[in-house]
Design a protein around this ligand. Sequence first.
Ligand SMILES: [Ca+2]
Ligand SMILES: [Ca+2]
Length: 385
Amino acid sequence: MKNITLLLLCLVLFQCKNEKKEPIGKDTISTALPMCHQGIPGEEAIQKKWMEEINEIKPDAKMAKETNGMVFIPEGTYTRGATEYPDERNQTEGSLPRKDEYPLNNIKIPSFYMDAHEVTNREFEKFVKATGWVTIAERPIDINEIAKQMPPGTPLPDPETLKPGSLVFKEVSPEENHFSEWWTFTAGANWKHPQGPGSMYKADHPVVHVSWYDAMAYCKWSGKRLPTESEWEYAGRGGSESALYAWGNSTPGQEKSQGNYWQGVFPNKNTGEDGYLKTSPVGTFKPNEYELYDMSGNVWEWCNDWYHWYAYTCDSQSELLENPSGPSNSFDPSFPNTAQKTMRGGSFLCNDSYCAGYRVAARMKSSPDTGSEHTGFRCVKSGNY
Ligand SMILES: [Ca+2]
Ligand SMILES: [Ca+2]
């Protein structure tokens, strides 16, 4: 079982490796530019069999025509990337911006609509009943797909031992301070059973254990799409250039209404001072200035962009980028064999001591076929209604 756990952890990258703040300056941009061509082309990485299934889903006629439950986000420009702290607050290594949030880029975003809250289990169940969709965590594991993403020569487990499931978090002792210790691949864990067999989903909580493909399938059915990273960050800032978090600039923990994240010492003790050790019902905490809920915390939210460590460096060649949709290839120096999609907003596991994923500029990534107990999504829609 340990081998299987480690194998899958290679594909799931919910770690926030702390890196010292070394902004990519103009002098280093030119030397980094060749890295834009590094990586796995998205066209090759995408699993066509699942995209074909998604393409066959018929959008719900009523939902496709309306914007119920969505918020209008006006067009505008903003500076994408790391936001400077306004004061000398608790700037632990984990709370600082990471290198992939630099350099800053000027971005123009047309107006769009965004779901006011993360997609809930109630909504996801409606989708499953209408389409018969089976999430990736409920399907047999394809050993051939795993093999493609592993370094050549890596021994693979017996396919007979691989059962459908997903990654569940557990608190660990201070000695077990590595992300491979706090995630457990749990057979039978999926959106209906968030902590594995015996646990049960709650209708008004965000759906979890959804892969990027599952999120794409839901968006197709609802007549919507996943946001780009640039749209997500623009919406998360709520119209403010200087907002560190969706709730504004107050220090995490200063106000109870900020969002659902981790209080205490991560990953050893979650005190749950905000009332929730795991997910919370959507809309429990105060919305941001655009009336969007849980943009900081609760669950990570899939975006459509491929993850590229040098994405912002590559984009820095344009003075103003109009509605960018991300790089065409995926590159992460730490995991060069895995193509990854981006996620935003942090989760109930985020804490200033580790990765502060609830900062609106913070970027996260994972293999598109991999969900976990703190992965969810929300959809957006272009056009006039
Ligand atoms: Ca919490
Ligand atoms: Ca969220």
